[in-house]
Design a protein. Structure first.
Length: 149
């Protein structure tokens, strides 16, 4: 997700980050180089080299900081980001379980009642078009119990 604009609000003590269609606050307290009244932000810019997925800032003391959009999305618990993060974690675990299981890939595919192409799409951690249900079904075939906390 790309950042379309970023500003700082000293009254709220937070960065105001806008993405396509959403606006988020990210508190100063969550960054390493914390701005303060005695050490304010003197420069703030979207990082073009990071593909507009981050912003950097400089304090009056010369200390610089950098924030990635994923930090902002995770702090604000953006539903789309949280879904993708959960899907990624489940997929990585499924891949690890496939390697550790004594089942052949053909047997797993047969139990899932799917095609080999779909099975490999399920194991691809960069594929976010699959459903969580499909990954849970794969984990079930691998006798992995998933607890939600």
């Amino acid at each position: 997700m790309k950042i379309s604009s970023v500003s700082h609000n000293n009254r709220k003590r937070a960065f105001e980050v806008a993405t396509s269609g959403s606006a988020f606050l990210f508190p100063y307290s969550k960054v390493d180089a914390t701005p303060s009244a005695g050490n304010p932000i003197v420069a703030l810019a979207i990082d073009e080299e990071a593909g507009r997925e981050a912003f950097s800032y400089r304090l009056a003391s010369g200390v610089e900081g950098w924030v990635h959009v994923e930090q902002v999305l995770e702090y604000n618990r953006d539903p789309r980001y949280m879904r993708d993060l959960l899907l990624y974690k489940l997929t990585v675990e499924a891949g690890r379980r496939v390697q550790q299981s004594g089942l052949s890939k053909r047997e797993i595919i047969r139990r899932l009642e799917t095609s080999p192409a779909q099975f490999y799409r399920l194991l691809d951690p960069t594929n976010y078009r699959k459903s969580i249900d499909q990954v849970l079904a794969l984990l079930s075939v691998l006798e992995c119990e998933v607890d939600w906390l």
